[in-house]
Design a protein around this ligand. Structure first.
Ligand SMILES: Nc1ncnc2c1ncn2[C@@H]1O[C@H](COP(=O)(O)OP(=O)(O)OP(=O)(O)O)[C@@H](O)[C@H]1O
Ligand SMILES: [Zn+2]
Length: 613
């Protein structure tokens, strides 16, 4: 049985004892002698008993003369069921008596009820924490147990480090919450829903709390997985409840963690039975999102690490239409995060945050917080006065094994390849006219599968692209692979996605845009598609309606276009080999390079025979 029921039985026993003691006290006060049955029998045999009242469990009577203790009345426990016959035998007058069974009746009624509620409460409490299956047992309708409210989170932006871009974007939300009624006056668009996107442990929850802490508003939080209920309608009720509670405390922040658990695109997922419930919950969330006036000062923050599976309805204007990227920190970011957490432990003078950051590429904020903890534990174990660099080194060794298993860390050789690959993209982009400028290069893994990334920001919206621009785009995409080939003289699997995109563009050029001389201005692929967007998308699977010989020529032309672009990328990179090496080294060191870093690198090194391109 559960601890809770044992508890209740304990209470019941105590209650019975108390009732008995009260009866005893009352009896004494009334000058009734409480005597053992044997003594009663003796008195009976001696003929001293005058009259007796019989009830289920006791015999109460009067004596012909007082006991030595002075009482004339007595009570004893009824032991013998044949009392009456016995009484008759000794010629004692007797009557049946209605015992006052009030306490006993009360107990016999309340005990099972107490037990029942005890067990119910206990189960309810246990499942409330675990979510999932039985979570709604107690929570049907009202769900206060599951909504966590903090009047003041006590977290500020100073506690969140290494995510400066995200902080900048959230400053606006803080400003808004500080003065919601005035905010819209000057035409500022009021934030309503903000989606924090990033891998686990990068500080999304912490950021949300910091927004609440900075604005000094209450923080309501709930996890998407907790909405998923067994009973239809419970999740929806919970959403309604959450918004209702938050409204009463507005301005306030509602934080929904794991939004993907709830907001998964409808019609996906193996549990067909759960659809109704999930859909209802999601619909309710959409209703609530649309239904409030942002002037009240309610802001919904949500976190997810899989934005791509979210129901598009959630991302529409007026809902979660702002996305804030919370990425894994680069080296500079890690130093800042380590500074935050190292403040909490006593450090030996030899500890250098920069050296620790250099040892921990790929670590998230949560990993780094763990690392500081682990190092402190190691120091405690060796009874040291302070945490030293030695402890940090050991802690890194312990953690890296675990993290590598989770497939998130690259080994040094892989990092070098990724650094050269990404610099290859960036450098080709910097060298070609009319290509979108490079905004940022990074070797921090992002999303699923990407080991590094190069971000190009278009200067203007484009609706048309020329043949030359498409060729340049392909050349940039092949720059990664070309760099790998030039620097390491081997190929790796890291370029698979680049190759797919290049092939798509080349195939579209040949079969849709009529850009191949051999095949002329014929649209072999008659799917009109979406003109430019299609260039980046997987080639649509459709039936071919031209001759086999034509198909062979198409394939041949595609191949020729890709080869030419690859050749070009190689030429550019070979010509700028010195910059490539220098930049890759710097990227490896800093993990991210901004536009300004890249421009400096290019300026520092004289243009080597660029005319060749
Ligand atoms: N950028 C950061 N600066 C300082 N500490 C951080 C940072 N990121 C994470 N941490 C530490 O890691 C802990 C866990 O982070 P948090 O729960 O906010 O991550 P999360 O992104 O919400 O992860 P999940 O998606 O798994 O919920 C924080 O309480 C904090 O101690
Ligand atoms: Zn690439």
């Amino acid at each position: 049985m559960t601890k809770q029921t044992r508890f209740n039985i304990g209470y019941a026993v105590a209650a019975i004892v108390v009732v008995f003691l009260i009866q005893y006290a009352v009896a004494t006060a009334n000058r009734i002698a409480v005597i053992p049955y044997s003594e009663y029998q003796q008195l009976l045999q001696q003929g001293k008993v005058d009259s007796v009242g019989i009830s289920d469990r006791t015999l109460q009577g009067t004596l012909k003369e007082p006991l030595s203790s002075g009482q004339k009345r007595f009570v004893t426990t009824r032991v013998d069921p044949q009392v009456a016959q016995e009484l008759e035998k000794y010629h004692v007058r007797f009557t049946g008596q209605i015992e006052n069974t009030f306490f006993r009746d009360l107990l016999s009624w309340t005990m099972p009820m107490l037990l029942f509620f005890g067990v119910w409460w206990y189960i309810g409490r246990r499942t409330a924490g675990g979510g999932g299956l039985g979570g709604g047992l107690m929570a049907i309708g009202k769900s206060k147990a599951k909504i966590y409210v903090q009047a003041n989170t006590g977290v500020t932006f100073a506690d969140v480090a290494g995510v400066d871009e995200a902080k900048d974007e959230l400053h606006e939300v803080v400003d808004f919450l500080k003065n919601p009624t005035d905010y819209g006056r000057l035409g500022g668009r009021m934030p309503k829903g903000v989606l924090l996107v990033g891998p686990p442990g990068t500080g999304k929850t912490l950021l949300a709390k910091a927004v609440a802490g900075e604005a000094k508003v209450p923080f309501f939080s709930i996890s998407g997985s907790e909405f998923v209920e067994m009973f239809v309608g419970v999740g929806a009720a919970r959403v309604r409840d959450l918004f209702q509670q938050a409204h009463q405390k507005a301005p306030a922040i509602i934080f929904i963690d794991e939004l993907d658990a709830l907001g998964r695109a409808r019609g996906i997922g193996p549990f067909a039975g759960g659809h109704d419930e999930k859909e209802q919950t999601l619909n309710q969330l959409l209703v609530e999102l649309d239904g409030f006036d942002s002037r009240t000062g309610l802001v919904i923050l949500a976190a997810t690490n899989r934005p791509e599976i979210l129901d598009p309805a959630l991302l529409r204007a007026g809902r979660f239409d702002r996305q804030v990227l919370v990425d894994r920190p680069d080296k500079k970011g890690r130093i800042a995060i380590l500074d935050v957490h190292m403040k909490k432990v006593r450090l030996a003078p030899d500890v250098d945050p920069e050296a620790v950051a250099a040892l921990t590429p790929g670590f998230t904020g949560a990993d780094l917080a763990n690392l500081v903890n682990e190092a402190a534990l190691l120091a405690t174990r060796r009874k040291a006065a302070a945490v030293s660099m030695h402890d940090f080194n050991n802690a890194v060794l312990r953690m890296v094994a675990g993290l590598e298993k989770r497939n998130r860390l690259l080994n040094p050789k892989e990092r070098e390849i990724v650094a050269n690959h990404e610099m290859g993209h960036a450098l080709v982009a910097l060298s070609l006219p009319g290509v979108d400028p490079v905004h940022k290069v990074s070797i921090i893994p992002r999303g699923v599968g990407a080991l590094g990334y190069t971000i190009q920001r278009p200067i203007e919206d484009r609706f048309l692209m020329t043949k030359e621009e498409l060729e340049n785009k392909m050349t940039v995409l092949l720059g990664g692979r070309a760099a790998e080939l030039i620097v390491f003289n081997h190929l790796s699997t890291g370029a698979a996605d680049d190759l797919r995109r290049v092939t798509d563009i080349a195939r579209s050029m040949v079969s849709r845009y009529g850009m191949s001389e051999k095949l002329g201005s014929v649209a072999y692929d008659r799917d009109p598609g979406n003109f430019l967007a299609g260039a980046d998308r997987p080639y649509p699977m459709r039936e071919r309606d031209y001759a086999d010989e034509t198909a062979a020529v198409v394939d041949h032309e595609v191949r020729a276009i890709v080869d030419r672009a690859f050749q070009r990328a190689q030429t550019i990179l070979s010509a700028r080999r010195t910059i490539l090496d220098r930049a890759a080294k710097e990227l490896l060191e800093k993990e991210t390079l901004e536009q300004s870093d890249l421009q400096r690198l290019i300026r520092e090194i004289p243009q080597e025979g660029l005319r060749a391109v």
